[in-house]
Design a protein around this ligand. Structure first.
Ligand code: AHR
Length: 535
């Protein structure tokens, strides 16, 4: 890997390159922040979550049952609740994923023992002899209980693929109508929820081009219109349409064009959000979650930052139909997806080992989300526990945070803060990837401001060398004091296990104020988060 001595020009608002000049800081990287011209607010929902009835995500991961010996709050794993509160998890998307378009909400209400056992989309993939039938023990009431415990806003994905507008509208009314108005509202109250759930975010299907009904974009647009036109307006909704498979070779721009083309006759149909899925997809390669070399490390980070182009491309197409961009992006599935083989156990479908590499990938993805804050209403990692890019692993009474969890903790300060322009001057890296070599920014970063406190996140993807960085403010202010945290490990494949849950964890990072600038050393293969006070 070589550092090439030319400027990095980052795409997207808020991160640009400064003119090449003599180093003002005697540092490898020169970073200039402009707090005087703040950009958009970074929606807290960018740091959102996704949980599905899939393998060990809901059952065992989250729902352990009220009678379990595992510490729980009304059946929900307590450690999970505590950690989700710690990162201020802003939302939870549920019940799928592919499961959503086979889910019938009535199966999940009423006394648990009387709930039916039903087919789960993922059942055929479960190992032989393992009973994967859906027990419906976790339904809308349990989901809302979880949301309230965590303080997260619910985002419910409705069934379009095997359901009807009536079933959807009844679910919305059951959730949102005040008691004493509709019979459905009284039924909800009889099941223990007197007050409406007031659910705002509704996904109208999931991956309708695939497991959600195998539709063409125009066909889905027709369904979408039917599903939303008579939407029961008890709570002002935020309606999310199924968007593209952004990780396709062609980025699936045809879906975005076809959908919005199909909506042109639907003038009464609102589309508040458009769900883009982008997996850093290595399923068809030998790339493994646990064992990899430098090529694998860089290949994953390099493919991850394609997120920027995917956002730009779809945003451009959306703008052709909606020049004022009323419709925002909802990136409700993102994360790394390896070929498989590192599952927590045969029944823990799609679970995989999460390492330091995944933590850096998440950081670089969040920097992209922050820098595109004006385009993105929400994003949801796939999936929060016991799945692809998970923050937690849990098997029965064993539990650990993964390295990716710490990225969420480090980025918490950006939630709801204002994006500020960041200029970075740093040599670009030329790195090996699976099939040749590629260019990677020497540093990924983003910055935000709240009151007079700046939050700066920086990632050094290099496996070879630390980077010293000098950070100063444009426009007159100066950094008065600062503190930092760092996430790194000498082993790039480092992970946390049930026996060694603190192998990868946060440490303090020294921030030195010299003159009007803050100076830090970002170790190799590391993410740092800085809090800087402006005077
Ligand atoms: O996150 C796993 C699966 O990936 C989801 O169920 C589906 O929407 C996507 O294809």
């Amino acid at each position: 890997m070589q550092r090439r001595a030319f400027l990095k020009t980052a795409a997207g608002a808020g991160l640009g390159a400064v003119a090449a000049s003599r180093s003002a800081f005697a540092a490898d990287a020169e970073i200039v922040l402009t707090p005087g011209t703040p950009g958009p607010v970074i929606s807290p929902h960018i740091y959102g979550h996704f949980i599905e009835h899939l393998g060990g995500v809901i059952y065992d991961g989250i729902w352990v049952g009220r009678d379990s010996k595992i510490p729980n709050v009304g059946g929900i794993r307590k450690r999970f609740v505590d950690d989700m509160k710690r990162i201020a998890a802003p939302n939870l998307r549920w019940p799928g994923g592919c499961f959503a378009d086979g889910y019938h909400w009535r199966d999940g209400i009423g006394p648990a023992a009387e709930r039916p056992r039903t087919y789960n989309f993922w059942e055929p993939r479960m190992p032989k002899g393992v009973h994967a039938t859906e027990t419906n023990r976790f339904g809308i009431h349990e989901f809302m209980h979880l949301c309230r415990l965590v303080g997260a806003e619910p985002y419910v994905a409705a069934n379009v693929g095997s359901s009807t507008p009536k079933e959807f509208h009844d679910w919305v009314a059951y959730c949102n109508a005040p008691r004493g108005t509709l019979s459905l509202a009284d039924e909800r109250a009889a099941h223990g929820a007197e007050e409406p759930f007031a659910i705002r975010y509704w996904g109208v299907g999931n991956e309708s081009w695939g497991c959600g009904g195998d539709m063409k974009a125009g066909e889905y647009a027709t369904e979408y219109r039917k599903f939303v036109t008579q939407f029961p307006m008890y709570t002002q909704p935020y309606l999310v349409a199924t968007g593209p498979r952004g990780h396709s070779a062609d980025r699936d721009l045809g879906w975005t064009e076809g959908f919005f083309e199909g909506m042109q006759g639907g003038h009464r149909s609102r589309v508040d959000g458009f769900a883009l899925h982008y997996y850093t997809d290595f399923r068809q390669t030998p790339e493994d979650g646990a064992k990899f070399d430098a090529k694998g490390w860089y290949a994953v980070l390099h493919k991850g930052v394609r997120m920027q182009e995917v956002i730009e491309d779809h945003w451009r197409v959306m703008g052709q139909y909606d020049p004022e961009h009323h419709t925002k992006l909802v990136i409700d599935e993102w994360g790394n997806w390896y070929r498989g083989g590192t599952e927590l156990g045969p029944a823990y479908l799609l679970s995989q080992t999460i390492t330091l590499r995944d933590a850096l990938h998440a950081a670089m993805t969040f920097d992209i989300f922050n820098r595109n804050a004006e385009k993105i209403e929400m994003a949801n990692v796939a999936q929060t526990i016991n799945c692809l890019h998970s923050l937690f692993a849990a098997v029965e009474n064993q539990y650990t945070r993964t390295p990716a969890y710490y990225t969420f903790e480090m980025y918490r300060a950006h939630m709801g803060a204002r994006l500020i322009p960041m200029e970075v001057k740093v040599p670009e890296l030329t790195v090996p990837i699976l099939d040749g070599s590629a260019k990677l920014a020497g540093i990924s970063g983003s910055a935000s401001i709240r009151d007079r406190r700046l939050s700066v996140t920086l990632t050094n993807p290099s496996l070879d060398a630390a980077v010293t960085a000098g950070i100063r403010l444009a426009g007159g202010g100066r950094v008065a004091e600062g503190r930092g945290t760092v996430l790194t490990h000498e082993d790039m494949t480092a992970r946390n296990t049930f026996d060694d849950p603190d192998n990868v964890t946060l440490a303090e990072l020294s921030v030195q104020i010299r003159g009007d600038a803050a100076h830090v050393t970002i170790p190799k293969q590391a993410v740092v988060a800085l809090e800087l006070q402006v005077s």
